[in-house]
Design a protein around this ligand. Structure first.
Ligand code: MN
Length: 212
């Protein structure tokens, strides 16, 4: 008798995740208008397209992060990769921001920041610089690579999952993230996000989940 194939459950369609705060919670840095458009239109469009492109295929069985890794660097899957990665990146971005005041780093994250950058101010400066200097559309990231922190940026939909790194925080620097509020003044948007909105509790939890 041939070995039985494992039965795969049909996975429900991907859903647009709810924002972890109200539309106006990040004002004045990010307006309710920007947040509503960015989440309700841009993010939603990526999720909807992933569902359209995977419907009725084996790829519909995969979770979003698995889909990103599976379709990366595969030209027949470039549209699916772009939409899946953008859907994943946006969910991660919303959770990288918080209206809660203060930099709440776990002791483990604080130690890595100190050993890697000398302190949080220097890390924030590097993250802001990566975000400002990313040419065109993309993302700035704090990631974990081999037990150390790394500041990096990626173009378009690319993200650190693709190269086996663990993302800890991200900043969206596509124009749609800031154009309504800042027009072409990306450095102002980036500086305000880095100084007041980054969710260091989320970064700490991501570090802990990675065993760091
Ligand atoms: Mn975006």
């Amino acid at each position: 008798m041939p070995a039985a194939q494992p039965v795969r459950e049909i996975r429900p369609a991907h859903e647009l995740p709810e924002l972890p705060y109200d539309d106006d919670a990040l004002e004045p840095v990010i307006s309710a208008k920007t947040l509503a458009l960015h989440h309700g239109k841009h993010h939603k469009a990526y999720v909807d397209r992933v569902n359209e492109l995977t419907k009725g295929t084996e790829l519909a069985q995969l979770a979003l992060d698995e889909l990103v890794v599976k379709t990366a660097n595969s030209s027949p899957h470039s549209e699916l990769f772009n939409n899946a990665a953008q859907a994943w990146n946006h969910d991660f971005y919303w959770r990288s921001l918080t209206p809660e005041k203060g930099d709440h780093l776990s002791p483990a994250l604080g130690a890595l920041v100190k050993s890697g950058f000398g302190g949080l101010t220097a890390l924030k400066d590097q993250l802001a610089q990566a975000a400002v200097k990313q040419f065109g559309s993309g993302w700035a990231w704090l990631a974990l690579e081999g037990g150390k922190l790394k500041v990096m940026s990626t173009g378009d939909a690319e993200n650190p999952l693709v190269t086996g790194l663990t993302p800890l925080l991200t900043i969206d620097v596509w124009e749609h993230a800031y154009y309504v509020d800042y027009q072409n003044r990306r450095p102002e948007y980036v500086r305000a996000v880095v100084e007041t909105l980054l969710n260091w509790k989320f970064a700490s939890a991501n570090l802990e989940a990675a065993g760091g």
